[in-house]
Ligand binder design. Structure first.
Ligand code: ATP
Ligand code: MG
Length: 228
């Protein structure tokens, strides 16, 4: 069984002024050890695609099967549970809660459905691996964009997901921190977690084993070496 099967999904945004086909008939499958980079110009549909894969957005048509289960057939609560426990999602942009400390932000997906176990220890360990252990008790308003971004990655990993889905996870990080995060991704992937990440940085693509290119809503797989 494939970890993730995407079958002809499409997303059309309909507003009063216009109709946008953001994702246009996209199909692919991911295995449990895949590490995929998705590249493509701004507006090509990458975030829309990720929001559908994580069940936040329903496709206009097509199907998404995760661990054999069709997301369409699940209720909102079940989809939320899958997203928080079996997937780890790092959305694009600012995604932490301002009134929680970093530590509590990282623990949040754990508290949603589980609540048993040494979660604080684990969250501190993850923050340490992100190089921000010393910031655990601070609030987002007192932190840099890159620090918040790293906390969002730690949060996505708190439940040991089967797949980490990340939208420009190193978008606001310097070269050195980007390298550290990518090495961590590689380590997580070697440990058996699939990764699907959107990136604008050609250097990060080499950490993965597959490359997808998105253009005007269409997704195509390409050879990693073709990008450079
Ligand atoms: N809620 C929405 N309503 C209408 N149109 C939208 C909506 N969200 C996105 N779009 C449009 O859909 C297209 C794809 O947007 P999307 O955010 O998926 O692109 P992207 O590839 O993630 O871009 P970026 O690299 O800038 O993050 C764009 O043309 C965008 O303007
Ligand atoms: Mg985007």
């Amino acid at each position: 069984m494939m970890l993730l099967e995407v079958k002809g999904i499409k997303k059309t945004y309909q507003t009063k002024a216009r109709k946008t086909v953001a994702v246009n008939d996209v199909s692919f499958s991911l295995g449990k050890n895949d590490f995929v980079s998705v590249v493509g110009r701004s507006g090509s549909g990458k975030s829309t695609l990720l929001n559908m894969l994580t069940g936040l957005l329903a496709p206009t048509s097509g199907a998404i099967l995760f661990e054999g289960a069709d997301l369409r057939g699940m209720g909102d609560l079940a989809v939320s549970r899958v997203r928080n426990e079996r997937m780890g999602y790092v959305p694009q942009g600012y995604s932490v809660l301002a009134n929680l400390t970093l530590l509590d932000n990282v623990c949040l997906p754990f508290y949603l459905f589980k609540r048993e176990g040494a979660v604080h220890e684990k969250a501190r360990d993850l923050l340490g691996r992100m190089g921000i252990a010393q910031l655990a008790d601070r609030y987002p308003a007192e932190l840099s964009g890159g620090e918040i971004r790293r906390a969002a990655i730690a949060r996505a990993l708190i439940n040991d997901p089967a797949i980490l889905i990340a939208d420009e996870p190193t978008g606001d990080l310097d070269e050195q921190t980007t390298g550290e995060i990518m090495r961590l991704f590689k380590e997580i992937n070697t440990g058996g977690t699939a990764i699907l990440m959107v990136t604008h940085e050609p250097d990060t693509v080499a950490y993965g084993n597959r490359l997808f290119q998105m253009a005007q809503g269409k997704l195509e797989e390409t050879q990693i070496k073709e990008l450079n």
